[in-house]
Design a protein around this ligand. Structure first.
Ligand SMILES: [Ca+2]
Length: 234
């Protein structure tokens, strides 16, 4: 506490942190300056008379002490972060999210076979296995998956999104161009599912299909793709 006495009136100033200390010190010194000019003045610090230079020195020492304590606390926080990564002060991990495309033109897919999106464009938490076309949930939570498929004219596509087992269907994409030789079609589906950590999601061909993709820096590169992300961790 700093006490400035002026005409029998006492102004007490309390401070807790160094930022306020600087402002309070200037305020108190201003009161002292005005008082000396007009009516005479006595300044007490903790009940003892002090001069301005003494007061300044006391305050500078206190500021230095607060700075030292702040640096010590900063070191303690760093140590805590390194020793307990999962605690509240740790850095937040990135949200799981991936995006992959199909690179092959008119990719054939047999009944019961996986449809593998083989060009990975995004995978924030290493959740998508581009070799097998599978997503694996890194945490319990609610996830969104979107699949987009393109069929050339005359082609047929019947593909499902599955969870953990080829028989456990959670979404379906169907395109029948067999009687429409000149027309291409592109279709999408989006599904929202709850997954437990370790659950797998991938695409399986319900019956023999031909899905169009591309990898020649053209619009065909995005004919067919699969993406997914976490929206709410449980
Ligand atoms: Ca990956």
């Amino acid at each position: 506490m700093i006490s400035c006495e002026y005409n029998r009136r006492t102004i007490n100033i309390y401070f807790n942190i160094s930022a306020q200390l600087n402002a309070n010190m200037k305020f108190c010194q201003a009161i002292l300056f005005l008082s000396l000019i007009q009516n005479g003045f006595m300044l007490l610090l903790d009940g003892q008379p002090v001069t301005v230079p003494t007061l300044r020195q006391e305050l500078q020492q206190e500021i230095q002490q607060l700075r030292t304590e702040f640096l010590l606390m900063k070191d303690m926080m760093t140590t805590l972060h390194e020793s307990v990564p999962s605690c509240a002060v740790s850095k937040k991990q990135r949200t799981p999210a991936f995006m992959a495309t199909l690179t092959k033109s008119n990719q054939a897919c047999a009944e019961g076979a996986p449809l593998i999106f083989d060009r990975e464009l995004l995978d924030t938490r290493n959740v998508y296995d581009v070799r097998h076309g599978t997503f694996r949930a890194p945490v319990n939570g609610t996830y969104v998956f979107t699949a987009t498929l393109t069929a050339m004219g005359g082609k047929y596509v019947n593909v499902k999104i599955v969870k953990n087992f080829p028989t456990n269907q959670i979404a379906l994409l169907f395109i029948d161009n067999r009687h429409s030789l000149g027309n291409w079609n592109q279709r999408s589906t989006t599904v929202v599912v709850e997954l437990a950590i370790g659950d797998d999601v991938w695409l399986v061909c319900v019956s023999a299909s031909e899905v169009n993709g591309g990898n020649d820096v053209s619009h065909n590169d995005f004919d067919s793709h699969l993406s997914g992300f976490l929206i709410d961790e449980l």
